[in-house]
Ligand binder design. Sequence first.
Ligand code: NDP
Length: 286
Amino acid sequence: MSRAITGATVVAGVVGAPVRHSMSPILHNAWLAAAGIDGVYVAFSPPADRFAAFVEGLRGGAVRGLNVTLPFKEQALALADEASDLARAAGAANVLVFEADGRIRADNTDGFGMLQALAVQAPGFDPAAGPAAVLGAGGAARGAVAALLAAGAPQVRIINRSGARAQAIAAALGPKVEVFGWDRTQDAFASANVLINATSLGLDGGEPLQVSLDGLPPAAAVMDMVYKPLRTPLLQHAAAAGHRTADGLEMLLRQAIPSFEAFFDQAPPATVDVRALALAAMGLTA
Ligand code: NDP
């Protein structure tokens, strides 16, 4: 893909540390090329202690917008002048938009991506149909809990190693959030409508996620935010037990859609098979 960079090229990007392996430039640049937009999407990795200065320097719109990834999402929210309800509830922003008047707007599209992945890959899934069980209480989990509540989940049960971290989410997001320890997963799974892994367990080369799905109702959907490997052991076990499953790659692809809209003021073209592009970048086939 080769496109001319002009004096009017709109610049957007992703900022993180590390960011080298981010999939976002591949997706956004494929969309830009297919849509014929005079824009470019690049990756930035400022030193962690210069992140605030980096963002401040973009006020006024030298760069139209940024996706934000680890470890900057919380800081990104704090630096913004305005934030969507979801970003505030998630306590983190994965999208910053730089307005011409100097304001910075923050949003969080991770929860949207998660719900869209479930909608697409687990047909019939309705977040409002019953309690959700979420493994983890990090940034991704908090975003997931916020999105599930906003989508009408009657209750969200957090299972986490550090009880204090889970309690902090419950304190921030209200009485529909209940906290369980790993020794009580079966109680948390009973009557659950969906199980979401928002821990980093199961990541290639890392510690495995060891959890029994006994007690999870067969109709429950199962989602894993981890996408390396694509078919995690959790998703394999869930599928073998008859659950509908949704993968972390689809979540990643779906969160990018509203990000692109925020940066380039139009929906990404549906003609690009971004999943195939992402799979190819991961060395996998569709
Ligand atoms: P954090 O580091 O903020 O949180 C990590 C979570 O994993 C915590 O709940 C932590 O528990 C738990 N955990 C880690 N190691 C262990 C262990 N040995 N035993 C038990 N629990 C453990 O990470 P994030 O919330 O930002 O991300 C979580 C995962 O979600 C990552 O794999 C990330 O790649 C993925 N993700 C995927 C996205 C997608 O689009 N598919 C988007 C965002 C994230 P504790 O609190 O006790 O330390």
